[in-house]
Design a protein around this ligand. Structure first.
Ligand code: 5GP
Length: 190
């Protein structure tokens, strides 16, 4: 998606060989008009799939998931990170290793909201090693729901997540695929 690549080129900040900061438009301050274009693109890609729920993970996936959901006219579920014990009733859980914080945490979704008849689209801001998507995929499978694919804003294609998730037979659509991050120079796309 040219618009997103241009924005990353202009405002993305490279932090070492494997971290891209996009705090000025996606991860802290949010450019809602850009998100709207992203949502439109996810809808173009997945509109034939009869999506009934969009599933993401807190916190940074929620904004883009919500804006995409307005196109699909479906609810968003965000998997909670497990310190939140304030969900009453049965839950699906799985484990995710945080790319940015380097620790493992549990994620959970109430069984009330993820049903066997659901057709689920996963949405997240970044794909790196694939742990967040693997955790979400596991929740969908435990629920007996159908996974239609994953919509990712920025895939760091030099990291293993994209190949890993595609090798599981999951359709992954990434709007910007980063080939390399060069500190002080910039971002190269595939
Ligand atoms: P994965 O589970 O695929 O290793 O990492 C995906 C998650 O880590 C995303 O939800 C995102 O929040 C975070 N993440 C991974 N790489 C980056 C990065 O380069 N920049 C930012 N801002 N977040 C990242």
């Amino acid at each position: 998606m040219t618009l997103l690549e241009e924005r990353i080129r202009r405002d993305g900040v490279v932090r070492g060989p494997d971290v891209l900061k996009v705090d000025s438009f996606l991860n802290h301050q949010i450019d809602v008009e850009l998100l709207d274009e992203i949502g439109k693109e996810f809808y173009r890609l997945f509109s034939g799939e009869n999506v009934t729920k969009i599933l993401t993970i807190e916190a940074s996936g929620i904004g883009v998931a919500c804006i995409a959901a307005q196109r699909f006219h479906v609810p968003v579920i965000f998997a909670k990170k497990s310190q939140t014990k304030n969900i009453a009733g049965p839950v699906y859980t799985s484990k995710v290793e945080s790319f940015t914080h380097g620790r493992v945490y549990d994620i959970l979704v109430s069984k009330e909201f993820l049903r066997p008849e659901d057709r689920v689209l996963l949405i997240d801001d970044f794909l790196a090693n694939g742990s967040a998507l693997q955790g979400l995929i596991s929740l969908v499978r435990d629920a007996g729901a159908t996974l239609v694919g994953a919509g990712i804003c920025i895939e760091k294609a030099f990291q293993p997540g994209g190949a890993l998730i595609r090798s599981m037979g999951v359709r992954v659509e990434s709007l910007a695929r980063v080939k390399a991050l060069r500190e002080g120079i910039g971002v190269e796309f595939l």
